[in-house]
Design a binder for this molecule. Structure first.
Ligand code: NG1
Ligand code: ZN
Length: 529
């Protein structure tokens, strides 16, 4: 077939280094950019097959998120803007690792297994972040998509690409599949929602944003022009001088528990950091004694779920809301949510696809990783109930107000995936409506001191985990060793798991004091060797 001749011809321009083996992990493929050209080409091919199979638009995002500038990566986006389905992750790994001469056979194998009709039309949306390698790597993806109708969005944040794919496949029901459509939907919803904030001063409308020297910096600027001064953004680490993710960005701030370079922080002022592809956000401030306070994904989830729960109660709406977390969630946040707020909490494995999936089981699912990646999902039925109540002229004022607020909240949220810009607007609106300062938000509960470490080992795959990664089931004896170390400290908890995006084992520990958390993390990392 003509298509296959073209594949052979093009793939010769994107040869695979013999023997190189890469795995489609939690965040797709991710490694040094120099090793990725053939992967990109092949993911272009695979996205085209996935599009033919689903008869829908598929997304391909070229980014390595919070990783250093030298790295890059690629992930596929399924029709409703969600991560690609697990069976196709297996195909991605298979296709990526086929040696040059076996590529066609591997491709044909997938076509056969999935009974793909090759004459079906395909549509693939491609997006990239600001890394210098993203230019040629996204071209390699397009070579893979080749003759078939692809749409290159150029520079976009990861969540913007997810949004476009979803809009395209819902025939505009979710929004318009253009950048303008994205900005208009979110900004109008934000302006509508913040009308409910009375007495908001200009000072309270001010937010400093660390753009991680990446795509989020460019895009938050574009968004700001749509916000009609309802939010004043001071952007730093905007990419004009600094290096991507270097000493800045959400991952740096979360893991190092300190402000990014370039932050000028007056006491009590709100600041936030995006990561390199703008799907994560964390907030922070310094207090009058100069102490740094981090408000991570767990604090964000708590703020949002408190806001939604209050509105549901006021509206008298019987909808089940849950918060989905991972093992990295601070123990204090889980206790607060379960014991004080009385909301259902679920714990899943690391990786947004797991959280997203669990959140879909509820009327309203608020999911956040501690690192600041997360969003809120509303079931169709929940959206309809809220809509009906908001339109019902017979309900009392307070109920009506709550229903209208809930209705205005929904379009601020990018429900396809965690989105730093959308989360930022939602958080800013909630703080304004509740007349809450960042200190008051921070005081909802106090984090247990914690520490995250990375350990390099010969083969991280020897560690196998269970119970949403909270227990190590192999190698033998490791969990027992962790348990006995944990027993030495008060309010302590620790776990280890192999990273899905780096060649390391991650160690997490929390305890009553920072000193204890640090030494527990250190002792556990020694037990991992
Ligand atoms: P790994 O490397 O598997 O821990 C990291 C994050 C995930 C997720 C992915 C994708 C932590 C501890 N892990 O995964 O939550 O965001 O990157 O970017 O933050
Ligand atoms: Zn990211």
């Amino acid at each position: 077939m003509v298509q296959f001749q073209e594949v052979t011809k093009q793939s010769a321009l994107h040869p695979k280094p013999a023997g190189l083996v890469l795995q489609y992990g939690t965040a797709g493929f991710r490694t040094n950019a120099k090793l990725l050209d053939h992967i990109m080409f092949r993911m272009g091919l695979l996205a085209t097959l996935r599009s033919k199979k689903t008869k829908a638009t598929i997304g391909v995002m070229v980014t390595a998120s919070h990783n250093p500038e030298e790295d890059n990566g690629v992930k596929l986006v399924d029709p409703m803007g969600e991560m690609v389905t697990p069976t196709w992750e297996v195909y991605a790994t298979q296709l990526a690792n086929a040696e040059q001469d076996d590529l066609l056979a591997s491709l044909k194998d997938i076509i056969e297994k999935e009974s793909i009709n090759m004459s079906q039309e395909a549509n693939v949306f491609v997006g990239k972040d600001t890394r210098s390698s993203s230019v040629s790597l996204s071209k390699a993806v397009l070579d893979g998509v080749s003759a078939l109708a692809g749409h290159n969005y150029g520079l976009v944040t990861t969540p913007q690409l997810h949004y476009m794919v979803c809009c395209q496949n819902t025939q505009g029901e979710y929004g318009e599949a253009t950048m303008k459509g994205y900005y208009t939907k979110l900004s109008q919803a934000f302006i509508q929602l913040t009308k409910n904030a009375s007495n908001c001063t200009d000072d309270q409308k001010h937010l400093s944003v660390d753009g991680a020297n990446g795509i989020g910096a460019l895009k938050v600027r574009e968004m700001e022009s749509h916000l009609k001064k309802e939010l004043h953004i001071s952007l730093f680490n905007d990419g004009s001088t600094g290096k991507l993710n270097h000493q800045c960005g959400a991952d740096f701030v979360k893991v190092q528990q300190k402000p990014p370079t370039g932050a000028t922080m007056n006491s009590g002022e709100r600041c936030c950091s995006f990561d390199g592809d703008a799907d994560r956000i964390v907030y922070y401030y310094t207090d009058s004694e100069g102490r740094f306070h981090l408000l991570d994904g767990d604090k964000v989830a708590t703020l949002i779920s408190t806001f939604l729960k209050e509105l549901l109660t006021q509206a008298g709406l019987d909808l089940e809301m849950a918060v989905v977390q991972t093992a990295y969630a601070n123990g204090s946040s889980t206790n607060y949510l379960e014991d004080t707020m009385k909301v259902t909490v679920r714990c899943t494995k690391t990786g947004v696809k797991h959280l997203h999936h669990a959140a879909q089981e509820f009327d309203i699912g608020v999911y956040f990783e501690a690192n600041g990646h997360g969003t809120v999902l509303f079931s169709k039925a929940a959206e309809e109930k809220i809509q009906r109540l908001a339109e019902d002229s017979s309900v009392a004022n307070e109920r009506k107000r709550a229903a209208l607020l809930l209705r205005s909240t929904i379009p601020v949220i990018n429900q396809t995936v965690g989105d730093a810009i959308s989360d930022m607007l939602l958080i800013e609106a909630i703080l304004a409506i509740k007349g809450m300062t960042i200190q008051q938000w921070d005081a909802i509960y106090s984090d247990l001191p914690n520490r995250q470490l990375k350990v390099k080992v010969a083969d991280r795959r020897v560690i196998d985990t269970a119970d949403a990664e909270r227990r190590a089931v192999s190698p033998k004896g490791l969990q027992e060793a962790i348990d006995s170390l944990v027993r030495k400290y008060r309010e302590a908890r620790s776990f280890v798991r192999p990273s899905g995006t780096e060649d390391v084992v991650r160690v997490y520990a929390e305890a009553e004091t920072q000193e204890s958390a640090d030494s527990l993390a250190h002792e556990v990392s020694l037990a991992v060797y």
